[in-house]
Design a protein around this ligand. Structure first.
Ligand code: UD1
Length: 379
């Protein structure tokens, strides 16, 4: 056991972008309940729109961040650098026992680097995932964060194997499950109750949900057009509802693609939704078309077929046991995979080890049992 005084030790959890919030919420709850730790929640501000951030705190009953760094706009380097500068002084002041980062966004890497340079022990939640495609900013963030982390909490077996292959000491790695699935399971009743599809006049299993925001898909006109070509065909066979990410909205305007959407009669563009509303929509859909990482896992848990418009996935368990298929951004491939889903029956739900709603509990327990958590700290 960690040597303890009566005072609880601080653990800083950093969130920045929308998907971080779902991953951090159960960890916050467990840390609040812990006899040994107390959480300090820091929001970098990477996602700042109400629809990309605040509504998630409300939906997940999550306390407001203790600190907001307000780092909103910028290139990758600007975002990363500004988060590092602002976070450094917070960490020096707060002297946490450990810094916990989640996922793979720019805020994750920036916070990991800052903690490590201050020699504060670092935990990465969702470690080990690999697409082996370094053109994805998330892959760079994941690999670098893992290689400087002291505690690597892994969601699926492939992650454990990847870390071993990269020579990371196995004693630092723990297969614990998925805190995003903790959040999904914990909110399932509320998600089932709200039936958001009715608000949009959609039938049970009578529509597809689309999400699209990756630079590889929406920053290139050629790739974006190719996806649009597929969507134009699919929406004739199944209505599509599309909560549009702010990055994508900007690109639709910048690339002059508004008209292509206007020509699709069964495509409904809406603003980004909150967590409960969005997951409700997904849970009653016939299929999901996406380039998101987390949604591949959520559809696996909800047993909803998913066509992933990326060349590869860092979450292979969703392919092996789940409902996910990879289509890239080739129009014919996307149409082929979507039609295949439309003509097939629903399969049995997969059971994935440790995706049982208790991942955050496991993580906090491991940290509580850790004998020498402060071995690197010189604050
Ligand atoms: C980020 C993550 C990505 C994740 C996604 C989830 C990185 C490198 N990427 O991508 O892995 O899947 O979040 O949503 O960290 N914007 C707004 N309002 C906001 C947030 C962003 O208008 O609240 C605009 C920004 O000004 C920018 C664009 O959207 O022009 C992109 O935002 P950014 O945070 O850089 O990356 P995302 O594309 O959201």
């Amino acid at each position: 056991m960690i040597s303890r005084s009566d005072k609880k030790e601080k653990i800083v959890i950093v969130v920045g972008a929308r998907p971080n919030i779902m991953k951090a919420a159960p960890l916050m709850r467990e840390l609040i309940a812990s006899r040994h730790f107390t959480p300090v929640l820091i929001h970098t501000g990477q996602h700042y729109d109400m629809k990309m951030s605040d509504v998630f705190f409300k939906d997940l009953n999550l306390q407001k961040p203790n600190v907001c760094l307000g780092i909103a706009y910028g290139t990758h380097a600007e975002q990363t650098g500004k988060v590092m500068i602002a976070l450094e002084s917070e960490l020096v002041h707060k002297k946490p026992k450990l810094v916990m980062v989640v996922g793979d966004v720019n805020s994750t890497l920036a916070s990991a680097l800052t903690a490590k340079k201050l020699q504060i022990p670092l935990a990465h939640v969702e470690a080990g995932l690999r697409s082996y495609d370094k053109t994805m900013p998330e892959e760079v963030n994941r690999v670098l964060t893992d290689h400087i982390s002291d505690y690597l909490f892994v969601t699926e077996k492939s992650g454990m194997m990847n870390l071993r292959k990269e020579g990371i000491n196995v004693k630092k790695t723990y297969l614990v499950g998925n805190t995003m699935i903790d959040t999904l399971r914990g909110n399932l009743l509320a998600i089932k109750r709200i039936k958001v599809r009715k608000k949009f006049g959609l039938e049970m299993k009578g529509y597809a949900v689309l999400t699209l925001h990756r630079p590889a898909n929406v920053d290139s006109k050629k790739n974006f057009r190719s996806i649009l070509k597929a969507l134009a065909t699919i929406q004739k066979e199944l209505p599509i509802i599309f909560p549009v990410h702010p990055r994508t909205l900007k690109q639709i305007k910048a690339l002059g693609l508004k008209r292509a959407f206007q020509h699709m009669k069964n495509m409904v563009l809406i603003e980004p939704l909150g967590y409960l509303e969005f997951t409700s929509l997904v849970s009653e859909a016939r299929m999901v078309l996406t380039d998101s990482g987390g949604l591949q896992e959520e559809t696996t848990e909800l047993n909803i077929p998913c066509v992933t418009m990326l060349e590869t996935t860092e979450r292979p368990i969703t392919i092996k046991q789940g409902t996910n298929v990879i289509a890239g951004n080739d129009a014919n491939k996307i149409i082929y995979k979507a039609r295949k889903i439309l003509s097939s029956k629903t399969r049995k739900k997969a059971v994935i080890q440790y995706w049982d709603g208790k991942a955050a509990k496991r993580i906090v327990k491991i940290l509580e049992n850790e004998k020498n958590i402060n071995r690197h700290t010189n604050l």
